[in-house]
Design a protein around this ligand. Sequence first.
Ligand code: IVH
Length: 692
Amino acid sequence: MASPGVRARITALRQEIVRHDHAYYVLDAPTVPDAEYDRLFRELQTLETEHPELVTPDSPTRRVGGTPLDAFPKVRHAVPMLSIRTETDTEATGAQAFDARVRKELGLAETDPPVEYAAELKFDGLAINLRYEHGVLVQAATRGDGETGEDVTQNIRTVHAIPLRLNIAPPPAVLEVRGEVFMRRDDFERYNARQRDAGKPTLVNPRNGAAGSIRQLDPKLAAQRPLSFFAYGLGEVQGWQPVPATHSATLDALAALGVPVCAERITGLGAAALVAFHDDIAARRDQLPFDIDGVVYKVNRVDLQRELGFVSREPRWAVAHKYPAQEQLTTVLGIEVQVGRTGALTPVARLAPVFVGGVTVTNATLHNQDEIDRKDVRVGDTVIVRRAGDVIPEVVAVVTDRRPQPEPPRFDLLQRYPVCPECGSHVVRLEGEAAARCTGGLVCPAQRKQALLHFASRRAMDIEGLGDKLGEQLVDRGLVHTPADVYGLELDTLAGLERMAEKSAANLLAAIETSKATTLARFIFALGIRNVGETTAKDLAKHFGGLDRLIAATEAELLAVRDVGPIVAQSILQFFAEPHNLDVVRKLRAAGVHWTESTGMQQLAGILAGKTLVLTGTLPTLARDAAKDMIEAAGGKVAGSVSKKTDYVVAGLEAGSKLVKAQELGVTLLDEAGLLSLLASDNKSGQHALDF
Ligand code: IVH
């Protein structure tokens, strides 16, 4: 028998885990680090293993997935799950036609006031009915034919956003929540990237990802797929008091019970409100974190919904208003490759132009040879192209019945491109790597261009004006072989390039000059070492404090840096083992690229540790981001507004109200020179030598 202490601990653990789940999966605002969550979860699992009699169906441990099924049992819906009429006119007139129909059915005259509507998103996933009895999730079913669906309770339990128990006391006898299970785009991309790396099959699109996971007979597999849920309505309800009188109040009430409800919804009067919502969402569709194929309008008042009723299983009070599709059919005209910064050859399908997701697409990525093999994409094939959000267009599948006869041959990247199309160096595919790579390194102009653009990019050396077109000319004309050559460019040469004049050339030179004052972290990032992103560069800079210490670091020393594993360590060792790269670093320093160094982690806290600084106005030479990086490297924090807690205000030209406030509060003021000398004093061993 479990002691009262164990019972109380189990209850407390469950409550805490449910709270963290809600914060993480529904509110998108995690409350504890993953490690702490895992600790709580394991403690609960252990207690439940020791005391199986205390396991309840709503325990968070029940989400992990039970035994595989042979088939899903059938479920008869207590209230049929209806479908919704689709307005195919994607223009404003679509919304106006719906409002006109509703007014006519309600017998309203033109002089009568406008009808109130609720407008929300049409989620692109799988419709699910969640049945809660006495507050506990007892069954989840798909829509099926509307009368009878499939019991997918085991799989639905693995969706963390769906509460296993409603947050309500006393709970209603029955409350059925209806909504859509879907996959967020970032979860979809991440899942597919992981599958690709592991050489496993990828999901075609988020909708199939969601539907396929829920129809998966093995709940352990379903549990590995990252799914989300939003409620949009009710099924059977018994003993819920008071039942909300409008659709919007219903969704608010569900949110209060802990059920995920999408915040992108409005209520408004008449067709004008619907048109405004449709336009607003259309403009932001790409930025939404998940796919939608339209919006849904509903008459808000439940009594009016009842009055309007149904025609042929579709409610008269609701309509789906579509957007242009994010997937289209087109044909593959050819398969080419693009050479990236690290030499990876990415196969790209050249497509017959097709309008998809709001833009005309002519190219789509095929990722790598394994992906081409898995999808079996061939030149001449009819394919489904997907473009959603800001993601690069992608070939998701081939329509094999439409393959030309006789069949075109399979595409073999290494056979087609034994040498790099840009530089003629050998192309190799290393054991265990998905990508084929050009071995040309910086001899390869494509890699040089990409390396140069990366070097100049905003988060690296931040050379404004050095973009695509210019980078291409500089490399093609042999003016820039390595990033160090950027610092030797002259006005006349630049002014003679396409799209450049005296003025823009002078601006570029000024930007190049400004970029010389940087931070160690930016410099390391700018070098473009494989597998060293911005965060790793910051960690390396903080850890070693100086470039020479990083260059001299052994594998063991590199592995001691936060988040640096064997792969990153190898990349760094290889990079600095290459004499050519060391030469570039030496030339960059010789050209005047400099930063403040410190003694690194061995050093005590930086000179600005615990200090808060505010930056205002334009500093004469330092870009704002650079100043911020330097302050942070010295242990300081940069705040947005001045208060009594501010230690220093760094003021540049045209400093405004923040400067006035600082003076009022008597906060110490610094100019750029003052800041730099303060930072320079941050080194007892004199290692801060600005490396000119
Ligand atoms: S309401 C009686 N609202 O679209 C009205 N449906 O045919 C029932 N859907 O299968 C549906 N987002 O899965 C409604 N905000 C939303 C929706 C939505 C997506 C799906 C639903 C249904 C289909 C409509």
